[in-house]
Design a protein around this ligand. Structure first.
Ligand SMILES: [Zn+2]
Length: 163
């Protein structure tokens, strides 16, 4: 499926002024490797969460800067969820036994960056139920983040671009 329209371009100058981290990533494809971007198309991009709940935690984020899904075009929302179906296959192939998918809307909803919506995909592994108590220790940060990034990126290319 080819998407040739580029709705994020119209917001370029606005978001340059807003200083939004996700807009910065959206608009700087040349920095995708540095920013750990795993996928991008005309509607959205995928990026590794720099503070993962579990190894492989990534997000799908619309290019459009908005703080609620109701502000997206229906087609944009549907596109992101079309990809989300494939994201499950990405994480299963990565090794997940289960997945948490979700979006925190606005500050009161618990969003870490409330001004720009992002859909979380948190892979779960059998036996990871204690991860919340050990999230700050070496168990989480001891993994090789770059190798996780490259593996997830490869799997996203494989699954997201299939018909
Ligand atoms: Zn933004």
């Amino acid at each position: 499926m080819d998407r040739i329209y580029s709705p994020w371009r119209s917001g370029y100058f606005d978001s340059k002024m807003c200083g939004c981290v996700f807009c910065e990533i959206s608009q700087n494809a040349q920095d995708d490797e540095k920013n750990r971007v795993i996928y991008r198309d005309g509607v959205c991009f995928g990026v590794m969460n720099l503070y993962p709940y579990t190894p492989g935690h990534f997000m799908l984020i619309p290019h459009k800067h908005c703080d609620c899904p109701s502000l997206l075009d229906t087609k944009e929302w549907q596109h992101i969820h079309m990809l989300s179906q494939k994201a499950f296959d990405v994480l299963y192939e990565y090794g997940a036994s289960g997945i948490n998918m979700g979006m925190n809307i606005k500050q009161a909803g618990g969003a870490g960056l409330p001004e720009h919506i992002h859909l979380h995909f948190v892979p779960r592994y059998l036996g990871d139920t204690n991860f919340l108590t050990s999230i700050a220790d070496a168990r989480t940060y001891g993994i090789d983040f770059d190798s996780v990034f490259l593996k997830i990126k490869t799997l996203c290319t494989k699954h997201f671009t299939r018909g």
